[in-house]
Unconditional design. Sequence first.
Length: 350
Amino acid sequence: MRHLLEHDAQSIRPFLLNTNNVLEAQMTNLEASSPKKLLDQLRDALRVKHYSYRTEQAYVEWVKRFIFFHDKRHPSLLAENEIAEFLTHLAVQAQVAANTQSQALSALLFLYRNVLSKELNQRIDLVRAKPSQHLPVVLTPAEARTLLHHLSGDHKLMAQLLYGSGLRLMECVRLRVKDLDFEQRQIIVRDGKGQKDRVTMLPDQLREPLQLHLLQVKRLHQEDLELGHGEVHLPFALERKYPNANREWGWQWVFPARSLSTDPRSSAIRRHHLDPSGLQKAVKAAVRAAGLTKPASCHTFRHSFATHLLENGYDIRTVQELLGHADVKTTMIYTHVLNRGPFAVRSPLD
């Protein structure tokens, strides 16, 4: 009897194995054919169009808020009226700024056009709030020096680049070693706002401090290589095109983070650049320590850079190129800060 049972078990085992393989294949096909969740589709669409990770986070958060505002109804069941209702809520109840409301609308327009493939009525743009025309906060040269005096370490060096080169905050933290040209005394800003490259000045006062800083960064990179790390994120498909480039010295961050972290998109463990919030907090503390009454921030250094160049008589087109503005009208706002008008007109009373 036992021999018969063993024989039956041996004869049925191939059938069970084959059945398991068929079931696993069916489950795999089912998972592959099942559509992705809406927010995952949104992330994919944003990455296809090379939107930044920060924009991706903001757009996903706005779509979440839109869905929860309408009691978790799917956006495909909603249309222009529901979008207008949400934007009205943001302006009236939440009292958000005009630029914040515009960002929410941009996120929803992207969702409907690129994920749901649904064109909205043109009148939805009428809901977009008109942005306020505020003059930028600008420091005097003495205030800028005082503020920099209350900073130290990497944060001071980064703030000096913001003021001395007119960099944006994210352009500064994303600088790579190869972008610093000490011989030509220039900085090449890669993939700046609007995915545009530009060249700006490298202040003479920062050449030696930056070179000393890079010596420390290089030692840190060597330690990472010895421990089997030393990789950095490369843009687009360069990592596949140049498999070893992510370990090369030229591609390393000028301001690397103090510890390794997990890449939120690829899940790879590598050393990222410094978090921009660290510099923001340091500048805020320095403003308090310096006793400044102006609401200065990291971006104030960029405003001050442009204004002080114009005060020193440099051509507005040159300043436009250094800032990376597409239209000279954007740069002309700094002429209003000078209180001299766009053509250096002075009041008869003066």
